[in-house]
Write a protein that binds this ligand. Sequence first.
Ligand code: FE2
Length: 214
Amino acid sequence: MAFKLPDLPYAKDALAPHMSAETLEFHHGKHHKAYVDKLNQLITGTEFEGLSLEDVIVKTHGVKKHQAIFNNAGQHWNHAQFWAAMKPKGGGKIPESLEKRIVADLGSVEDFKRSFTENGVGQFGSGWVWLVEADGRLQVTKTANAENPLAEGQRMILVCDVWEHAYYIDYRNERPKFLKTFLEHLVDWEAAAARLEAKVPDLKAKKGQSRSAA
Ligand code: FE2
């Protein structure tokens, strides 16, 4: 059974005007789909066929001859996390449990937002900006291309895609404006808080289970 493109958790026009239906049409329907299709093509007949997505990512990470498989598996996983990190009428107040951890580990909510935006803007070329839990602390990180916290053994709490295809239709070259809008109007803080509280299972714990879910 091959990997499948997950449905978006909302209608294509539900994030407008902050993220247009046209962006989701291309970003989910074409870019994300292409990663899934390419991944399926690359793993057919290999040792990776039949493994969970998480296992494919961990086993191919840093292995030069499997770089293409890692790139497409990573991008499949990263995009699935990104869709789940947003919701219609997002933004607003951060749940207390998450806010307390942000303040304890990162200084303040404003410090966190500034760091998240600076890391996203500062990612040269294509990549991702993340809020992760690593070594028991929340940290803001950025990764290039298809790299992700899963491959590094970190827990993903929140992510924003800063590949140009994520924002060019709506924001042209204005990545800072896209990141500001993401934090103010798109982010699903409740989902991030639930991930932190492990109300949503740790994705790494899903190894060996449903391989098409993520
Ligand atoms: Fe993307």
